[in-house]
Design a protein around this ligand. Structure first.
Ligand code: SAM
Length: 263
């Protein structure tokens, strides 16, 4: 690599190097000067620099000390705030304490992409939108519809919180080093809070996890500890179905029914 930084596998480092793809991603993000934006994993700055060119200020969260040192030398703190550490532990709420909506972007390290998405879910009410590059296969699961093979816990839990769309694919050749898999860009916009709300989100998570725990089994089996035949009848849900047939709204109705029974 010309830049002398050897990519670290343990930090999921694959650096974007195709200027056309970088341009396309920045266009998709559409940064505006006053936006409150944070980039997760700026790396060597492939997206950071064009973002900074359009924004008044940018926040980044980076774990790799060598990369942090490079960013510090290259950019003034007036334009760039560098948060050193693990994005999985970072308090994204601290960036929007004044109530400004947060925009989150990043070419996420694939080895921790799902935990980062779940960590960010806690801040959804303060987020305006999120645009991420992820492994294509993960994005296909995120946006999958009921009845498809990709539809599962990740689809339900993220679709519960966000409207999501896959924007375009990015081939391995756009990175140095090239990853083994195809990547895609996803945009995530939090859904209005009033729309289809679970009274107990932990319980929703429990129902969804149980329903997809054994994919080949019917709801009668997978939910047997949570819902009886009378409950299925009252909800109008066929217990002979598999979890993969239920849409998000039905999962929420089931969880809310169980929550009501326990009350
Ligand atoms: N944005 C750059 C690009 O597009 O070329 C780098 C992308 S690279 C796939 C992922 C970046 O996330 C690396 O800079 C890596 O050091 C950083 N990273 C990995 N794990 C992290 C974590 N837990 N918290 C914050 N940054 C992390």
């Amino acid at each position: 690599m010309s830049d002398q930084h050897l990519a670290r596998k343990r930090f999921g480092q694959n650096f974007l190097s195709d200027p056309n793809i970088i341009r396309k991603i920045i266009e998709a993000i559409r940064p505006l000067p006053g936006d409150r934006m944070v980039e997760i994993g700026p790396g060597l700055g492939a997206m950071t620099e064009p973002l900074m060119a359009r924004l008044d200020h940018l926040h980044v969260v980076e774990i790799d000390r060598d990369l942090i040192a490079r960013l510090k030398t290259a950019h003034s703190p007036d334009k760039l705030t560098i948060h050193e550490g693990d994005a999985l532990k970072f308090d994204f709420g601290s960036l929007v304490a004044d109530g400004a909506p947060l925009r989150v972007v990043g070419n996420l390290p694939y080895n921790i992409s799902t935990p980062i998405l779940f960590h960010l879910s806690a801040y959804a009410e303060r987020v305006k939108d999120m645009t991420f590059m992820l492994q294509k296969e993960v994005i296909m699961r995120m946006v999958a519809e009921p009845g498809t093979e990709e539809y599962g816990r990740l689809s339900v839990m993220l679709q519960y919180r966000y409207n999501m769309g896959r924007l375009f694919d990015v081939p391995p050749g756009a990175f140095r080093p090239a990853p083994k898999v195809m990547s895609s860009i996803v945009r995530m916009v939090p859904r209005p809070v009033a729309e289809c709300t679970a009274v107990d989100e932990a319980l929703l998570g429990k129902v969804v996890t149980a329903a997809f725990g054994q994919r080949r089994k019917t709801l009668r089996n997978t939910l047997k500890d949570l819902l009886d035949e009378a409950g299925f009848a009252e909800l109008g849900v066929d217990p002979g179905l598999r979890g993969e047939r239920l849409d998000v709204a039905t999962f929420v109705r089931i969880a809310n029914y169980i929550a009501g029974q326990g009350a």
